[in-house]
Design a binder for this molecule. Structure first.
Ligand SMILES: [Zn+2]
Length: 823
């Protein structure tokens, strides 16, 4: 059916442009939102979804951190499954010593890992050059306070299911290694053990890693190795329902996050990394359980594992080089890709086109130099207002009781509310710019911002500077600002942003280049059409050329919000505001009819929605409040006490701690851990503490050599802290040398944080560990032992259903600490 001009005319008189524009915008936003969700499970692949969720429910039955009995059970389950498939299966037991590159003087992590390695031999007779094994990688350990259904039982289960299908089919061209790592959560320990120590690592030619950082969303291919052209082409060809973006790869490269693939990539092995990332509330929390894991996300992850594994394992020729590619989804399952060279060329052409249009408009007198400056001041008013608004909302939520957790628990809803508010604000400003700013506009804007700052209790001077600047700019441009100038300035800003991104991260530039070219083409078309046809065709042009920005931008912003949590909504909202300004002609037709009613309506809706997401959410069983409570035993003082940093009067925790609770600081337990807590003393229960005994103490070549034995009592996690001025010059554990940090060698006490050299021992064996220390002096050496048993003594309080242990704390554990003097 073709719409005739006459029909179109009827439609418009019937509904009006505002309604059509609004519906179009709404449909595009809903469509964009759907792009971040996992697609409906594809059933024709042979994956057994019941088996998948069975694996997840066994692995994620309860928390199973490295070194725990639950983790050993998980290991046995996976090993026996691989064995039942007839795969050659081994457990690599090894010790990994790891010092974080950014804080080498602080922590040394020592982990006894147990990696699971199963091997499916490829067709014999296939002659492969170079390392040709395909590695499918996940990890089976969880953090201590989460069952880890998403992270990473989902990846593990998907690999197990793929192993079943592949082992029952014809042998692939390449050997396939199913590598399920241990100790990922405590510093990528398992991956380090495999890729640095295992002989099979040398045969690894390609690594596919499967992870999760939440409980729902599409499984996205978010990271590749460099020179990814060949990988990307093959990936697009092989994987239906693919979600991937070279933008996320560019961003991920610049973020401090790590997965096991960082280790294999460090070894120069190419790879692809998949994860679903929506549902940050559940990440590393007790709620990352089987019930809350989205079945579609699990299925999508499994489909990705199966499709990529079968494809790459059967591809006889593997290539490596070929440069990088730009790649992105138009929508789910449809990925566009082109070379970085083409991306740069396209970017330059579009930048030139923009510059050309600008110069032509200047010559024609459509744009005056001064008016562009005024336009820039206009968008500055919008940006500063948006920034100040969201900064103060977040400051307010930080001060409110568990405010940020409550916002996170709402998933993507706060983003929707914030976006509508931003949209409404942009429209309102646009409307006011068009009619000339009145004194009342300036007064209201400044007043609202100042009130928000006061309400948020934001004491930063800079917070108050913003409303002052906004007010002054508004006064300055009051009579001169015009809407076309603001739009021109927005286009110029987008143009500048495109240039910067093109220079810094060419494969991320598509997100700026394509919307820009679309809008520029729209402007050119409109100029041509002016005077030739009626306004209707121009209106259709507006819809058509808003399509690309609305197709590409919303999913990225929602993803960005979900991935960042609530770290930087104010910055994200400035991007949203700029994007809104980019498609100004569309929004103008929504917002400016009938004296700006549309603008006010959206602004009002945004305010209401924002209030609802900020104030509306309480905690419930699906979204429990995260609270810390652990039991500590001071061996030196012979005292036992409950510890919490979350106890508040009126809460169950507050009631439990009672009136006798005293203020204390965590430095008492772990030097350098400066945090205020409440403690409540109790009768010391029976306990057993780890011992550190001197086996021998002698002079060797003028140095003092101490041989020690550490005898654990079953704690999963032991910290040994040596005073920095102990003058240790060499150290070893179970024969494995441990690099000594510079601070220890120079004997400087330096900052408090560096005053102790901390060894973090995970998965220590039952028969303990032998430690050798070589020192300069014969002085007694104080050692602090802080051990964590991931269980609380009996007699603790029962948590209500709407409470869970706070992630990243020692909650629900028993911490035994003591000082041992080695003399
Ligand atoms: Zn993980």
């Amino acid at each position: 059916m073709r719409l005739k001009e006459k029909d179109l005319g009827k439609m418009m008189t019937l509904w009006g442009k505002p309604l059509i524009s609004a519906v179009f915008l709404f449909v595009m936003l809903v469509f964009g939102y759907q792009q971040i969700l996992a697609p409906q499970a594809r059933t024709e692949t042979g994956l057994d979804f019941a088996a998948l969720s069975r694996h997840v429910s066994v692995i994620a039955k309860k928390p199973h951190p490295i070194g725990s009995a639950a983790n050993r059970k998980t290991r046995d389950y996976i090993v026996s499954y691989f064995e039942s498939l007839g795969l050659e299966t081994e457990v690599q037991k090894t010790t990994v010593v790891y010092r974080h590159p950014t804080e080498p003087n602080r922590n040394t992590i020592i982990g006894n890992v147990e990696n699971i390695i199963a091997r499916l031999p490829g067709r014999s007779g296939v002659d492969l050059e170079g390392p040709g094994d395909l590695v499918l990688m996940g990890h089976y350990d969880s953090r201590p306070l989460t069952p880890g259904a998403g992270d990473d039982a989902s990846g593990t289960a998907a690999i197990m299911e793929t192993a079943r299908i592949m082992s029952s089919g014809p042998a692939p061209a390449h050997d396939v290694i199913f590598l399920i790592n241990d100790g990922e959560e405590m510093g990528l320990l398992g991956a380090q053990g495999f890729f640095r120590q295992h002989p099979l690592a040398k045969t690894a030619g390609l690594v596919l890693n499967f992870e999760a950082r939440g409980s729902y969303g599409a499984s996205m291919m978010f990271e590749t190795s460099s020179n990814n052209a060949w990988l990307i082409d093959e990936l697009i060809e092989s994987t239906p329902g693919l979600v991937a973006s070279s933008l996320s790869y560019e961003i991920y490269r610049k973020m401090p996050n790590d997965t096991d693939m960082s280790i294999s990539k460090g070894k120069g092995i190419p790879g692809l990394n998949f994860a679903f990332t929506a549902g940050l509330f559940d990440y590393h929390a007790m709620t990352d359980n089987v019930k809350n894991l989205d079945a579609n996300s699990l299925a999508h992850q499994a489909n990705n594992v199966l499709a990529t594994a079968q494809h790459f394992a059967n591809l006889e020729e593997w290539q490596s080089a070929g440069g990088d590619r730009t790649y992105f989804n138009l929508w789910q399952g449809t990925v566009v890709s082109y070379s970085q060279g083409l991306a740069v060329a396209l970017g330059l052409v579009v930048l030139l086109m923009g510059a050309g249009l600008f110069v032509t408009a200047m010559r024609a007198g459509t744009i005056a130099r001064g008016s562009v400056g005024t336009g820039f001041l206009g968008i500055l008013v919008i940006f500063l207002t948006v920034y100040s608004l969201f900064e103060n909302l977040i400051v307010y939520m930080h001060r409110a009781d568990a405010g940020i957790r409550r916002l996170t628990s709402l998933g993507d809803w706060p983003f929707m509310a914030f976006f509508i508010l931003t949209l409404g604000l942009c429209l309102w400003f646009g409307y006011r710019f068009r009619h000339g700013l009145g004194k009342l506009d300036i007064f209201i804007t400044v007043l609202v911002l100042v009130l928000l700052i006061l309400l948020a209790g934001n004491t930063a001077i800079s917070a108050f500077v913003i409303p002052v600047i906004v007010g002054l700019i508004m006064i300055a441009i009051r009579t001169r600002v015009s809407l076309p100038d603001v739009w021109t300035a927005a286009m110029c800003s987008w143009w500048l942003l495109t240039a910067v991104v093109l220079y810094l991260a060419p494969n991320a530039s598509y997100l700026f280049v394509l919307p820009l070219v679309s809008v520029l083409l729209g402007i050119t078309m409109q100029r041509r059409l002016r005077g030739v046809t009626g306004g209707r065709i121009q209106f259709v042009t507006v819809l058509v050329f808003s399509f690309i920005p609305l197709l590409l931008l919303p999913p990225i912003y929602i993803m960005g919000y979900l991935a960042l949590g609530l770290a930087l909504p104010q910055v994200l909202m400035i991007f949203c505001a700029l994007s809104v300004l980019l498609i100004w002609p569309l929004l103008r037709s929504i917002g400016f009819s009938a004296d700006g009613k549309g603008a006010l309506l959206l602004l009002g809706a945004g305010v209401v929605m924002t209030l609802v997401v900020m104030l509306g959410r309480g905690f419930d069983t699906r979204h429990p409040r995260a609270e810390e409570l652990f039991y500590a035993i001071d061996v030196d003082q012979q005292q036992g006490f409950w510890v919490s940093s979350d106890a508040r009067p009126g809460s169950w925790l507050g009631d439990f701690m009672g009136d006798q609770a005293k203020a204390a600081n965590m430095t008492r337990i772990l030097p350098s851990y400066d945090q205020d807590v409440l403690i409540r003393e109790t009768v010391l229960p029976q306990y057993q503490a780890t011992t550190l005994t001197v086996k021998s103490d002698r002079l060797m070549n003028g140095m003092r050599e101490m041989r020690l034995h550490l005898e654990p009592t079953g704690s999963e996690y032991i910290n040994l802290l040596f005073a920095t001025d102990a003058g240790i010059s060499a150290a070893a554990i179970n024969g494995l040398p441990i690099a000594v940090p510079d601070a220890q060698k120079s004997g400087s006490t330096g900052l408090e944080i560096n005053a102790w050299w901390r060894w973090r021992l995970y998965g220590i064996q039952e028969d303990g560990a032998d430690i050798v220390l070589t020192m300069e002096s014969g002085e007694p050496v104080p050692v602090r032992i802080v051990e964590v048993d991931y269980e609380m003594p009996k007699g603790g309080p029962r948590r209500p259903d709407d409470s869970m242990p706070r992630p990243y704390t020692w909650s629900d554990s028993t911490v035994i600490f003591q000082t041992v003097i080695l003399e």
